[in-house]
Write a protein that binds this ligand. Structure first.
Ligand code: GLU
Length: 289
């Protein structure tokens, strides 16, 4: 599999996903500007290597919640209402984008915002329009920043997590690599937080039932919505639509360019393209409860 890692430098179109917990300070919930700066620098560097780059960034609800001083971990009756979440995402998405604009601007890098819902994938006209916009933006040399449109995405039309969203984007734009930056180093044979003998898998060639089973019941971090289950859903979408996918740690964001240099980090899921992969059909049938 050494060659697979070495071949990553020939990738043409990369989607990178980062979660809320990787963009904020754990203690305060405030935005971690140093990490955002590093992320943007790494992405601009990938762009300068000649690759098309798209960022799928979470953090809107977290940033909004922080802006209005709403406690991050309210549970039970005190859990955020749909309207609160939507209001927080409206506040937070604007803050997030303002920060990205500023940071990309420092590298003279054009950026743009794309907000999607499930309808963007399911509705043919919406989907084709979105694909045209992505294509045009990349022709213009921009790095699009994508998030779910949480402000309007109620339960019926939400994708619900950005792991799945990033794989959808990857399939829509015909990316050949999807990188999920995570608070976990990759896919383990068992939950490493509970089982010290759990082993990190280097490569997954086939998404067998046994592999898919490894994601069941995983909860992920307390701030984002993605756990291993959603990452394995993302792996199915990405690999079946023709992209390799890597799950790796977001601890040191230098990992993005190291991976492209062939570094053996994280878990790589090898692409297994299906000519007739039905993206809207697959999305219609996902249930993550
Ligand atoms: N779209 C949500 C946000 O920006 C995050 C979803 C996720 O973490 O997967 O706050």
């Amino acid at each position: 599999m050494k060659n697979k890692r070495e071949d990553l430098k020939f990738k043409k179109r990369i989607v990178v996903k980062i979660g809320s917990s990787s963009l904020q300070h754990a203690q305060t919930g405030g935005m971690d500007y140093a990490r955002m700066e590093k992320l943007v620098r790494e992405l601009c560097n990938l762009k300068n290597r000649g690759m098309d780059v798209i960022l799928v960034s979470s953090g809107a609800i977290a940033a909004g919640r922080n802006a209005v001083n709403m406690k991050a971990h309210r549970t039970g009756c005190g859990a955020m209402t749909m309207a609160e979440k939507q209001a927080c995402s409206a506040i937070g998405q604007a803050r997030l984008m303002m920060t990205y604009q500023k940071l990309f601007g420092e590298y003279n890098q054009l950026t743009a915002q794309i907000l999607m819902t499930k309808n963007t994938v399911l509705d043919d006209t919406n989907r084709i329009n979105a694909i045209n916009t992505f294509t045009e933006l990349m022709d213009m040399g921009a790095i699009p920043v994508v998030n779910e449109n949480d402000t309007v995405a109620t339960h019926e039309i939400e994708i619900g997590d950005n792991d799945t969203l990033s794989a959808i984007v990857s399939a829509m734009v015909g990316a050949d690599l999807l990188i999920l930056l995570s608070d976990i180093k990759g896919l383990y044979t068992d939950d490493p937080r509970k089982n010290p003998d759990a082993k990190l898998l280097d490569t997954v060639e086939d998404l067998t039932d046994e592999i898919l089973e490894m994601g069941k019941g995983s909860t992920g971090s307390s701030v984002g919505t993605g756990g291993m289950n959603t990452k394995l859903t993302a792996a199915q979408i990405a690999t079946r639509s023709g992209a390799d996918m890597i799950i790796c740690s977001s601890e040191d964001l230098g990992i993005l360019n190291r991976l492209i240099d062939g570094s053996n980090e994280g878990t790589i899921f090898l692409s297994d393209p299906e000519d007739d992969f039905d993206l809207p059909g697959f999305i219609r049938n996902i249930h993550h409860d």
